[in-house]
Design a protein around this ligand. Structure first.
Ligand code: AMP
Ligand code: MG
Length: 351
C-alpha cells in the first residue's frame, strides 16, 4: 500500500468515527461505507444513494472473529464457504443477531456478510475496529462504479461538502458485484450471481470430505422477492441500452434489428447508437463492463447504447457470464434474444 493510501485510511477511520461515509475500493465494485454501529452513517448511506429502505446493506468484515457478534446461527455450510472463498466476492446471508441494526437488514431477520480481498478495504475495516455496511457507491438503480472517478461523478455535492470521503484504491479487479447466497445447514441458494461462480460453489461441496457438506443442495432463487434490492431494472445507464443475445456467431450487426429501432416507445436510428463490445474472455468482460457503459453514456454523439453478446449454445449462463448476463438483463431497456439464456440445465428456475 502506498504512503498516500495509508494517509487516506487514517483520515477515513476518523471520518467514519464521526458518523460520516467513506467510498471504499473493493475487488468487486466501489462501496459507500458506514460503521454498523452508527445509525447516522447508515441513514446517510440510504440518503446519498436515494436507496429505498427495503434494500438491505451488506456488512463487510476483515476477519472471521467478527462473525459471532453479528449472527444468530452460523451453519457449517456457511463456515466452509467462508473458509474456501473469503477473502473474496461471496456474500453469505444468515440469521442476524440483535447487534445488526434493522436499518442494515431492512427489517429482515437475516444479514449478508462478506470479507473483501482488496487490501485497502481490509486495512480500513481492521483499523476501524468495527465492520462496515457498504452498498455499491452509486445512486440507486444506476450503473455501479469501478473507479474512484466513477464515484466522484455519482456524489459531487456530498464529496465537495466533505460528507463523503473517497478512498482511491485504483480500478476494481473483478468489476462485478459479489455472489449473494442464502445459507442454511443443508441448502445454499444463490440470490444474485456474481464473482464466485455457481460451478465453484458446487465443486466445493462435492469435493468435501465431510458427509453433511457433500449433501448440501445448491439452488438458484434469483428474484426481487428473496433478494429485495435486486430489482428487475437495475444498473441502468442514463441513455437507453439495447442488449442483443446471439447464439453461436454474431450475424452482420443490425441484420435482425433494422434501421430504426424502438426502445420503450422511442425510435432511434442506427447511426445514433454507440456500440459497446465486450471481451470474449469473461474475466475481462466483467472487469470492463461498468466502465464501458459509463464511458459510452457520456459520448455526446450517440443517443442510445447497444451491446451484442454472442453466447455458447451449450452453457449460456456458465461461470462469470451468469453475473454479466444478469447485469445486462437488468441494465437493458430493451432485450432481444433473451430467451436464449434459458439454460437447459435449469429448466424450472424462476427468472
Ligand atoms: P449492493 O451492495 O448495492 O450491490 O446490494 C446488496 C444486495 O445484496 C441487496 O440489494 C440485496 O439484493 C442483497 N442482500 C443484502 N443483504 C441481504 C439479506 N439480508 N437478504 C437478502 N439479500 C440481501
Ligand atoms: Mg448496487
Amino acid at each position: 500500500m502506498s504512503i498516500d493510501q495509508e494517509t487516506q485510511i487514517t483520515l477515513a477511520v476518523k471520518h467514519l468515527k464521526s458518523g460520516h461515509c467513506v467510498a471504499i475500493p473493493t475487488e468487486t465494485v466501489y462501496g459507500l461505507a458506514g460503521r454498523i454501529d452508527s445509525d447516522e452513517a447508515l441513514k446517510a448511506i440510504f440518503q446519498h444513494k436515494m436507496r429505498p429502505s427495503f434494500d438491505p446493506l451488506i456488512v463487510h468484515i476483515s476477519n472471521l472473529g467478527q462473525i459471532p457478534a453479528l449472527v444468530k446461527d452460523w451453519p457449517l455450510s456457511a463456515d466452509s464457504l467462508a473458509r474456501r472463498f473469503w477473502p473474496g466476492a461471496l456474500t453469505l446471508v444468515v440469521k442476524k443477531s440483535d447487534a445488526v441494526s434493522p436499518i442494515i437488514s431492512s427489517g429482515l431477520d437475516t444479514v449478508g456478510l462478506r470479507l473483501p480481498s482488496h487490501p485497502v478495504a481490509r486495512a480500513l475495516i481492521e483499523r476501524t475496529g468495527v465492520p462496515l455496511a457498504a452498498p455499491s457507491a452509486n445512486r440507486f438503480g444506476r450503473t455501479s462504479p469501478t473507479t474512484a472517478d466513477h464515484v466522484r461523478v455519482e456524489f459531487p455535492e456530498a464529496i465537495k461538502s466533505g460528507a463523503i470521503q473517497v478512498l482511491d484504491g485504483g480500478p476494481c479487479h473483478l468489476g462485478v458485484e459479489s455472489t449473494v447466497c442464502r445459507v442454511t445447514e443443508d441448502e445454499v441458494s444463490i440470490l444474485r450471481p456474481g464473482g464466485v461462480t455457481e460451478e465453484e460453489i458446487r465443486a466445493h461441496f462435492k469435493s468435501s470430505d465431510v458427509p453433511a457438506l457433500q449433501n448440501v443442495r445448491v439452488t438458484r432463487d434469483v428474484g426481487h422477492h428473496s433478494s429485495p434490492g435486486h430489482t428487475e431494472h437495475h444498473y441502468e445507464t442514463q441513455k437507453p441500452l439495447l442488449v442483443v443475445w446471439h447464439l453461436g456467431v454474431l450475424p452482420s450487426p443490425w441484420k435482425t434489428l433494422g434501421d430504426s429501432i424502438e426502445i420503450e416507445g422511442q425510435h432511434f436510428v442506427r447511426t445514433k447508437f454507440r456500440e459497446i463490445t465486450l471481451s470474449e474472455n469473461p474475466t475481462l468482460a466483467a472487469r470492463e463492463l461498468y466502465s464501458k457503459l459509463r464511458e459510452a453514456d457520456l459520448d455526446p454523439t450517440s443517443d442510445a447504447l447497444v451491446i451484442q453478446r454472442v453466447i455458447d449454445s451449450e452453457a449460456p449462463e456458465d461461470g462469470l457470464w451468469a453475473a454479466i448476463d444478469d447485469r445486462l438483463k437488468r441494465a437493458a431497456r430493451r432485450t432481444v434474444g433473451i430467451e436464449l439464456l434459458a439454460s437447459p440445465k435449469w429448466p424450472s428456475r424462476s427468472r
